[in-house]
Design a protein around this ligand. Structure first.
Ligand SMILES: [Zn+2]
Length: 759
């Protein structure tokens, strides 16, 4: 009887004799064996039939079975039933038979099986680790995912690997696993070579887990690398590393990179970016340590450490892009504290702060102010410290400064808030679609929802976030598992969508809940389909909110089951209460009535515009409605009325400044001129203007109407017909095109009684 190893059979598959018996131990290669046999017989034009217990009856009749190739898998619980079939088939000269049997099968107790000629016995190997058969070795190498295909594996690698196994017998799966582990620590994915010393191996292992993604992230902070860094940290936690040692790892890795930079070796990270990273790591380390020590009594959420690392990484990404500004705004205090803390002499030789000193020791020709200041702090050079005065932080990140964070701060969305309250009560968070004009507060609402949804400190049915847990504290800087997507930015590229989804899967391992806010859904294309399919798998733990401008964009989302809310412009009463809240942030309790009216007009029922208007009015020294009109951009109204008045005068000289230069004008010349005409239309003369911004000018408007009446009388026309001619002219489409000067000349002609523009 012939016998062969399964790996040998698979490396060079050949049509077996009439009967093949596969004796399995772990069954690792069962499917490969079955596939190989199927292929071999198919090439011969024969099909592989599985043996079934129902064949037993046929088998007893012998002749009732048709000729063919039979596969009897005895590893299932069918051994008892199939034995008669197997026996019958073995004795049928006209059929092929393959039997897959576990090692301990009773089949092998029957010596007539194993001793018989014409039977091929295929064995799953047990390998003694100091003598791995070539076929097995080839198989293990070929099946290692960590090795690029066709990587040459030197003989010495096999020797070292078997040395490391340290004797003993192994089944194939353990061998495959052991080799994977060996490759992970001794194959350098960068140089595509095996490394030799244990130190090198250690380095490769560390790098592949944490340092590589970290270096990639520092060079270009992508979502994927961020996820990979977190995975690296997470893996170490799972392998039983303490949080303290992880902090040391982060420090050590960063110090290693710093060393490379200092010694002039090529590193893909920009020097200032890296200084920024170290400074941030220094600033964040106290937070990391506090979590690490609290962690010992188990009182801390296990994700908290990862959350903080994640925030640190985000912080870096945000600051890294803020060119020209103080990149360390807001953390100078923390950095100062760290630099003043007593040094521990027992610390590693190359602590992070020393790295910073090293890095900063090399003064460049051009250095941003924050680098100079950092050097002053860490290099303890007092003259530099004096020279480097703190720079005020930029005025960016102001958007949403006063945005509502909790549902009970949201104004004028009672129906939507009630609906969300119900959702929390029922713990049911199906997709939500909000639509309405820009600036109406869709995203603020969505964020408040996501914040409450992800909060870990509230009672399950509570719809208000707790304000104390890690998620609440960090939400404004971004938390794990919360993503804001812009269909306009992400939807166009399917690759970026796929990449994002992959990252999302990584993050899921860490974050208990996910929230996705999607803006511009109508431009997201295939993103939404893919997104929803993925999210649906775990939709209980994932909140999906789309914010669109129009109800039509809902169709683009294909979210037919989503709950829809329309956000209209706020009523005046709601807008007023919002204004009161915004202004109280500036320490201003009440706006004078006329100023408030102007703010409300400017805001147009949109929270975002209202917030801007409040910032303009409350920020400076606005006392009167006139001041308010100016800072809110209504200054042009007075200007355009004056222009009309001068046009109506007896003599007219071309103005030296163009009308479009009127302060804060948001309208074009023709629109401004038309708007004025509307206010002195025959039916409107003597009436109070509807808009507060014009109301202040009612006296000037009355005066203008008087002048117009005089002008009409002096040219023998009625007020109505003169006004009609003027408005007919100014409503012509091409007025904007002929230019301001030409249009004014024409206006003068009409005022002189020229009837060319008669209505
Ligand atoms: Zn909370």
């Amino acid at each position: 009887m012939k016998s062969i190893l399964d790996v040998e059979f698979l490396l060079a598959p050949r049509l077996p004799p009439r009967v093949l018996v596969y004796r399995m131990r772990t069954g690792l290669l069962r499917h490969e064996m079955e596939r190989a046999l199927r292929d071999l017989f198919e090439q011969e034009g024969r099909e592989l039939y599985p043996c079934r217990p129902s064949m037993v009856g046929l088998a007893s009749g012998g002749q009732a079975l048709f000729d063919g190739v039979y596969l009897c898998d005895l590893s299932r619980e069918t051994e008892q039933d199939l034995t008669p079939v197997v026996k019958a088939l073995r004795d049928r000269e006209t059929s092929y038979l393959a039997v897959f049997a576990p090692h301990g099968s009773r089949l092998f107790a029957d010596k007539t099986w194993l001793g018989a000629d014409g039977i091929l016995l295929v064995e799953e190997p047990i390998v003694t680790s100091d003598d791995i058969p070539d076929a097995v070795w080839q198989f293990v190498v070929a099946n290692c995912d960590l090795l690029p295909t066709a990587t040459p594996v030197p003989k010495i690698v096999k020797e070292r690997f078997t040395d490391q196994l340290g004797g003993g017998r192994l089944a194939l799966p353990s061998l495959v696993q052991a080799f994977d582990a060996y490759v992970a620590q001794s194959f350098d994915q960068r140089s595509k070579e095996f490394v030799e010393t244990t130190e090198q191996q250690e380095e490769v292992k560390e790098r592949s887990l944490l340092a590589d993604p970290l270096l990639d992230y520092l060079a270009d902070p992508t979502l994927r690398d961020r996820a990979n860094v977190l995975r690296g940290v997470d893996l170490r936690v799972r392998r039983g590393r303490s949080y303290e040692s992880l902090i040391d790892d982060l420090h050590q890795l960063s110090a290693n990179i710093a060393l490379k930079i200092c010694s002039g070796r090529a590193v893909s990270v920009d020097r200032f970016d890296f200084v920024l990273w170290i400074a941030l790591l220094v600033a964040w380390t106290p937070s990391l340590r506090s979590v690490a020590t609290e962690g010992h009594d188990g009182a801390i959420h296990p994700n908290e450490f990862l959350q903080i690392v994640d925030q640190l990484l985000r912080d870096f990404a945000t600051r890294q892009t803020s060119d020209g500004r103080d990149r360390l705004a807001g953390v100078w205090d923390r950095i100062g504290d760290v630099s003043r803390a007593p040094r521990d002499d027992d610390q590693d030789e190359l602590g992070l702060e020393q790295c910073l000193v090293e890095l900063l020791g090399r003064q460049g020709t051009y250095e941003p102010e924050w680098v100079v200041r950092l050097r002053a702090i860490f290099c303890l050079d007092e003259t530099q410290l004096l020279a480097a005065s703190p720079t005020p932080s930029g005025s960016g990140h102001d958007e949403g400064r006063f945005s509502a964070r909790l549902f009970d701060e949201i104004v004028g969305r009672d129906a939507a808030v009630a609906a969300v309250k119900e959702r929390f009560g029922a713990a049911r968070h199906t997709p939500l679609f909000i639509y309405g004009p820009d600036g109406v507060g869709k995203k603020t609402f969505a964020r408040a929802y996501a914040r409450a949804f992800m909060c870990t400190g509230r009672a399950e049915a509570d719809y208000l976030s707790c304000g104390r847990c890690g998620v609440c504290m960090a939400f404004d800087n971004g938390v794990l598992g919360y993503v804001e997507l812009d269909g306009a930015a992400h939807g166009s590229s399917l690759d970026s969508v796929r990449g994002w989804l992959r990252d999302m899967k990584y993050f899921r391992a860490f974050a208990e809940r996910n929230a996705v806010i999607l803006e511009n859904p109508e431009r997201a294309g295939g993103l939404i389909d893919t997104l929803l399919k993925t999210l649906e798998e775990r939709h209980k733990a994932t909140l999906f909110i789309a914010c669109g401008r129009e109800i039509n964009s809902l169709r683009a989302t294909g979210v037919s089951r989503s709950e829809v809310h329309r956000f209209a412009r706020l009523s005046n009463a709601d807008a007023e209460s919002l204004v009161a809240r915004f202004c109280s942030h500036y320490g201003q309790r009440l706006l004078p009535g006329p100023v408030l009216d102007l703010v409300l007009e400017k805001g147009g029922g949109l929270p975002r515009r209202l917030a801007e208007a409040c910032a303009n009015v409350c920020g400076g020294t606005v006392i009167t409605a006139e001041d308010a009109g100016k800072v809110l951009g209504f200054g042009w109204i007075g200007g355009v009325i004056a222009t009309w008045t001068s046009l109506l005068g007896a003599t007219w000289t071309e103005p030296s400044t163009l009308i479009s230069d009127h302060e804060g004008a948001s309208l074009g010349v023709a629109d401004q001129m038309r708007a004025t005409l509307t206010h002195i239309a025959p039916g409107n003369v003597g009436r109070e203007p509807a808009l507060p911004s014009w109301r202040r000018h009612s006296r000037a408007l009355t005066h203008l109407a008087d002048e117009m009446a005089k002008r009409a009388a002096s040219t023998g026309q009625s007020y109505d017909s003169l006004w009609g001619r003027l408005s007919a002219f100014w409503c012509l489409d091409h007025v904007d095109l002929v230019g301001q000067r030409q249009a004014f000349m024409e206006t003068r002609r009409i005022l002189r009684g020229n009837t060319q523009w008669a209505a």
